[in-house]
Design a protein around this ligand. Structure first.
Ligand code: TXA
Ligand code: MG
Length: 344
């Protein structure tokens, strides 16, 4: 398939181009687009075949449902049973933005989108280009992250082109994602709010609005394939670069000492080290992911892809401080490492 790569400047949006892109979606095509979290791979959420094509383009297991992106709360109300007062509070505080809410669906949304569940994941993105695309297409847009299944989520158009060129109709070549990690998913379809995936909004931010919110137990552990986690995506290996990843977790001095030992043990391999803040190591390609976990979350996927671009064999990732954002980082890091964690 010939993929059109179309440049869009968020500060000077070409509305004719956006109309063309909207038409591709409305007519059943696939378009990758920026959001504030990660790039998404979009299709008309009302078009069953188009949504099936998303799974094919990504190589995604068909039991892993998609998030539906809306421009505003009014259009959400047309496709879900009802929005509870608590769910409204969440939307009011964090939307448009990096929040996804699970709600009971109506028949308007196809079973392909929800992988047969009676709930639907709803998100109102804040990214201006994402919003313009939804408006131009005139329909809600079902979109997973625009990476090949299992790979780190794309936070620049370059990542999307690397994974999706030749597999979809169009890629919007625009700005880098400002949050860099996916939305926080809150299940509001049950008796009390459950956080199914930590993301751009922290647990304590959610707790402030809904004090009875809890964190799903699978978030860090992952789960075995035969269990039925609430968030089907949680049972799959995720965010994995070609390089082998090991997380080294603990107090900074111990973490750095341990990684230096690991570098010696692996001196025959090309090693990479992902650090929290400035660090000097005796060997290997060092990428500083930032000075706190919010920056680490933003740079994590980009850095994992950078290690692959440099043909690194093994990555040692520092995980040091606990703060509001540490759950988001930990969840992505542990998954990219396939739960290989050394505690020191
Ligand atoms: O920030 C984001 O959320 C990005 C951008 C593109 O919006 N999207 C994203 O989609 O991360 P994806 O497909 O990579 O992850 C969606 C997650 C999956 O783990 C899936 O299992 C879960 O949401 N999910 C979707 N529908 C669900 C539902 N009805 N109930 C529970 N989990 C659901
Ligand atoms: Mg994804």
């Amino acid at each position: 398939m010939n993929t059109q790569v179309i440049k869009i400047d968020k500060n000077n949006i070409d509305h004719d181009e956006m109309k063309k892109l909207g038409k591709i979606i409305a007519n059943g095509g696939l378009v990758a687009f920026p959001t504030e979290t990660v790039y998404g791979l979009g299709a008309n959420a009302f078009d069953d075949q188009a949504c099936k094509n998303i799974y094919i383009a990504k190589g995604r297991p068909s039991d892993n449902p998609l998030i539906v992106h809306f421009a505003d709360i009014e259009s959400v109300e047309e496709t879900v049973w009802s929005i509870s007062e608590d769910a409204k509070k969440l939307f009011h505080c964090f939307s448009p933005g990096p929040l996804t809410v699970i709600l009971k669906k109506t028949d308007k949304i196809s079973n392909t989108v929800t992988a047969g569940l009676d709930t639907v994941a709803v998100r109102i993105p804040s990214d201006i280009v994402a919003r313009e695309l939804i408006k131009a297409s005139g329909v809600p847009i079902a979109a997973p992250s625009a990476n090949l299944s299992g790979k780190p989520s794309p936070t620049t158009s370059r990542h999307v082109i690397a994974d999706m060129n030749g597999r979809i109709d169009a890629i919007i070549d625009a700005h880098d994602c400002s949050v860099g990690v996916e939305s926080t998913i809150v299940d509001m379809s049950g008796k009390f709010p459950v956080i199914l995936r930590p993301g751009g909004i922290t647990f304590s931010q959610i707790k402030k609005i809904l004090p009875n919110a809890v964190i799903d137990e699978h978030i860090l552990s992952g789960s075995s394939k035969d269990e039925k986690p609430k968030c089907p995506g949680m049972k799959y290996r995720h965010y994995a670069p070609d390089a082998d990843v090991t997380v080294v977790e603990g107090e900074m001095h111990n973490v750095r000492k341990k990684i230096n030992e690991l570098l010696s043990e692996n001196s025959n391999k090309k090693c990479g080290i992902l650090t929290l803040g400035q660090a000097s190591y005796k060997a290997g390609l060092v990428i500083n992911a930032g000075n706190n976990n919010k920056e680490y979350a933003k740079n994590l996927f980009k850095s994992l892809r950078e290690f692959d671009e440099n043909n690194i064999d093994i990555v040692f990732a520092e995980f040091i401080i606990e703060d509001d954002y540490s759950l988001t980082v930990k969840n992505r890091l542990y998954k990219s490492a396939g739960n290989k964690v050394i505690y020191v």
